[in-house]
Write a protein that binds this ligand. Structure first.
Ligand code: SAH
Length: 248
């Protein structure tokens, strides 16, 4: 009797672990939360499609949002909120943007596999990680040294090998890394920095929140036509941390 039970318990254990282990691994990897986050992003994109003038977000962008481990880009004490559709503090008075805004900005850049993209405001490195699989190279600049250094380490440890980082005032861009097919600015400036327009390739796109400290900020799309003409379109009211200048 006793020995006959053994294989039963053994089989039960094997059966249980076949069920439980992937579930536990999935939970640690936060895949279900990411799936939920992507559903929320899609919903948010539907609500805003009229004002933004975009009919849904690119499947390539949603796929990347589904795979990047956002919880590894937020401070440990904030991990439980990593997949909520809201911005989170990352220290030094800065924030990691809300997932919907990251997805929307990435979509608006129309990233292509041979593109070189500039980001101003590395912060946690999350936006750079989202861009990384979609393009050939990401160059990202952060003005707060501690944040930029931590993000550079994090991105390297997670294997984002096509991301180059730099500590500087991003107002001046990064001519040696460019010219750029797309530029994303993740802090609100009161005007579009001319050096960034300069470093944008003809046919290139820039997405930047524009608005003063106490004024409404608008997510703004800047397009440089093939003939070099610059077109600007305000898309959506947003709230970003301020673009600071190194000398301030
Ligand atoms: N893209 C980031 C969001 C960071 S918040 C992420 O995915 O986590 C905006 C960042 O822009 C902050 O870290 C802030 O320090 C940085 N920033 C503000 N002004 C800047 C400037 N002039 N040059 C470079 N970075 C700047």
């Amino acid at each position: 009797m006793h020995s006959a039970l053994k294989p039963f318990w053994g089989a039960l254990l094997v059966g249980l672990s076949a069920f439980l282990l992937p579930a536990i691994a999935g939970a640690a990897d936060h895949a279900p939360q990411r799936e939920e986050m992507v559903r929320t992003i899609e919903q948010h994109a539907r609500y805003t499609s009229d004002i933004v003038g975009e009919d849904g977000l690119s499947p390539r962008v949603l796929e990347v949002m589904r795979s990047v481990q956002r919880h590894l880009f937020v401070p440990e004490r904030r991990r439980s909120l990593a997949y909520a559709d809201r911005p989170l503090e990352i220290g030094y008075g800065q924030t990691i943007s809300q997932p919907f805004i990251v997805a929307l900005m990435t979509h608006l850049l129309e990233p292509g596999p041979d593109h070189v993209v500039l980001e101003i405001g590395t912060g946690s490195g999350y936006q750079a990680a989202v861009l990384s699989p979609l393009v050939a190279k990401v160059c990202t600049i952060e003005v707060i040294a501690e944040l930029g250094e931590a993000a550079a380490k994090r991105l390297a440890a997670l294997g984002y090998a096509n991301v180059e980082t730099k500590i500087a005032d991003g107002y001046h861009g990064w001519p040696e890394c460019g010219p750029f097919d797309a530029i994303v600015v993740t802090a609100a400036a009161d005007h579009v920095p001319p050096p960034l327009v300069e470093q944008l390739k003809p046919g290139g796109r820039m997405v930047i929140p524009v608005g003063g400290m106490f004024a409404t900020q608008h997510l703004t799309l800047v397009e440089k036509t093939e003939s070099g003409e610059v077109l600007t379109r305000q898309l959506l009211p947003v709230r970003f941390v301020p673009f600071t200048r190194a000398w301030q």
